[in-house]
Design a protein around this ligand. Structure first.
Ligand code: F6P
Length: 341
């Protein structure tokens, strides 16, 4: 059996751990081999494929990014895209495909599974916004990076008695922002799930300053002000129709300065959250997901999405994973209201 594998969408630390586990598990199965498609769905569309053996995955466990490359190519948005992927898999001699991705990549995988293509999904995204799993590969590393940034900003903020605004990733869901704010002891949290009022943020930061502390505001890139539209970077729209976000932190700092004179400084963490070495947690999670993905292929459990519930690795369905975005529940936000304004 020849198993194709690809990584699609925004990269994240931990992808190589999944790839390594897929290759090593397949190597231990009778008559199974793995090939890798380059750059997400572009790979099968262009039949851009490379062998992936034990030697190719040696030493990649601690490497960020993906040795296969990634892209936001969307076959579903193309005429005959699903059939082209099916033909590409056949041309590469693949009997099955493991797609490692977030809502977009696994959305395509789901469409393929519905069309009878033998595919299994592995959930990854720093945003952690896929349903049917407790966590996605890459999220833990991103939270660690954002938390370290909050810690570092605190010392300089305190020296200068300054307010700091830290913008983190999170298009539709505030998981990175929430966890970094909690772990870093931030004072205010602004996330896409709940529109924010600049005056409330000012009041919260003012109270913190009164206590002699330097306020830290963590804002997710997709957070929306009550009085306005999404703040955009002015960049383009990708093949899945997502506009490029970024800029809400700078916008907030400017508004705060206009209204309250606190003159916050803004830091945008951006793609640093997706770069570098995966945490031990993401290496282990990626390894467990990769192993189980091959088990699902060997069982011909098409349409499965590998998931974590509690500490158990299990198989959910792609339909469930991409059916609805997993956002931060209001009761969870409310539970932290005594810590985070
Ligand atoms: O992969 C998810 C994500 O990191 C989002 O948090 C962010 O909005 C988006 O990708 C950025 O995408 P790109 O790398 O294409 O700019």
């Amino acid at each position: 059996m020849r198993i194709g594998v690809l990584t699609g969408g925004g990269d994240c630390p931990g992808l190589n751990a999944v790839l390594r586990a897929v290759v090593l598990r397949a190597a231990a199965a009778p008559a199974a081999e793995v090939v890798g498609f380059r750059d997400g769905w572009r790979g099968p569309l262009d039949v851009d494929v490379r062998p992936l053996g034990r030697d190719d995955v040696a030493g990649i466990l601690d490497r960020g990014g993906t040795i296969l490359g990634s892209s936001r190519t969307n076959p579903v948005g193309m005429d005959g895209g699903i059939d082209r992927v099916r033909e590409g898999l056949a041309a590469a001699g693949c009997d099955a495909l493991i797609a490692i991705g977030g809502e977009d990549t696994l959305g395509v995988a789901h469409a393929l599974a519905e069309a009878g293509v033998p595919v299994v999904g592995v959930p990854k995204t720093i945003d952690n916004d896929l349903s049917a799993t407790d966590i996605t590969v890459g999220h833990d590393t991103a939270v660690g990076i954002a938390t370290e940034a909050v810690d570092r900003l605190r010392t300089t903020a305190e020296s200068h008695h300054r307010t700091m605004v830290v913008e983190v990733m999170g298009r539709h869901a505030g998981w990175i922002a929430l966890r970094a704010a909690l772990a870093g002891g931030a004072d205010a949290l602004l996330i896409p799930e709940q529109a924010f009022d600049v005056d409330d943020v000012l009041a919260r930061c003012g109270a913190v300053r009164e206590e002699g502390r330097a306020p830290i505001v963590v804002v997710a890139e997709g957070a929306l002000p009550v009085e306005g539209e999404a703040v955009l970077s002015g960049g383009g729209t990708d093949a899945f129709g997502h506009v490029q976000l970024g800029g809400v932190g700078a916008w907030l700092a400017e508004e705060m300065t206009k209204r309250g004179g606190q003159e916050p400084r803004t830091v945008v963490l951006g793609h640093t959250q997706r770069g570098g070495t995966p945490t031990a947690y993401d290496r282990i999670l990626g390894t467990r997901y990769g192993l189980e993905a091959v088990e699902a292929v060997l069982d011909e459990d098409w349409g499965a999405m590998i998931a974590l519930r509690g500490d158990d690795i299990l198989r959910s369905r792609l339909a469930e994973g991409v059916g609805r975005l997993k956002t931060v529940p209001p009761e969870m936000i409310a539970g932290f209201s005594s810590l985070l304004g």
